[in-house]
Design a protein around this ligand. Structure first.
Ligand code: MLT
Length: 202
């Protein structure tokens, strides 16, 4: 299978590659600057979601706000995992050193990839994630570190959603760190700073 996403790839000077995953209505350009800011020197791989909702790109279908098409989530997470592997061959980066940084819908597809074992990531930054699916099987996420960045006043990615996602990830062996910003669903500077600090740890 060859997957085709519209994407940007900016090579880095380091072995790490950030997989940048935009929110609903975004595109492959949205997170490039943030990617550069949080991990200077990393390569950047930034696909555009292939699902269109009223013309707005997303990474999977939803039935209504916060109600996801779980079969589509599964298929799209697998497809994105395949895309990353193909890009690693094409652009010659190490697939074992790819780390997603996703916002909102992008955080949700990254969470789905983790929970389904669609790709192995050493670290993942999920900004305003929800629970994209309740997985049927448990991948081994031992050694995987995840930052969950929530907004204290977020009506979508609520504290309960974050807590459930944390529980699922930890049950699979991941190490989870939480950060809470004084914001709603919108990403703010404090999220970017928290991600940069967290990624800079050895
Ligand atoms: C969004 O607006 O993108 C939602 O909050 C998250 C999603 O639908 O995946």
């Amino acid at each position: 299978m060859t997957t085709s996403f519209i994407y940007r790839y900016l090579p880095g000077e380091q072995a790490e590659t950030l997989l940048l995953l935009h929110g609903t209505g975004g595109n492959e350009n949205d997170l490039l600057e943030i990617g550069r800011a949080v991990l200077p020197g990393a390569g950047l791989l930034s696909p555009r979601g292939r699902v269109l909702e009223n013309g707005m790109p997303r990474f999977f279908r939803r039935l209504s706000e916060g109600v996801f098409d779980v079969e589509d989530v599964k298929a799209r997470a697998a497809e994105l995992g395949q895309f990353v592997r193909e890009m690693a061959v094409e652009h010659q980066f190490d697939p074992a050193r790819v780390m997603p940084l996703g916002y909102s819908n992008g955080a949700n597809i990254a969470a789905a990839m983790l929970l389904m074992g669609a790709a192995r990531f050493p670290r993942a930054v999920l900004i305003r994630p929800m629970v994209p699916l309740e997985p049927e099987s448990a991948p081994d996420l031992t050694g995987c570190e995840v930052l969950l960045a929530r907004g204290l006043y977020d009506p979508l990615a609520t504290a309960e959603q974050t807590a459930r996602l944390r529980e699922l990830l930890e049950a699979d062996g991941a190490t989870v760190t939480e950060h809470a910003s004084r914001s709603s669903h919108q990403m703010v500077q404090a999220d970017i700073e928290a991600a940069a600090t967290w990624l800079a740890r050895q």
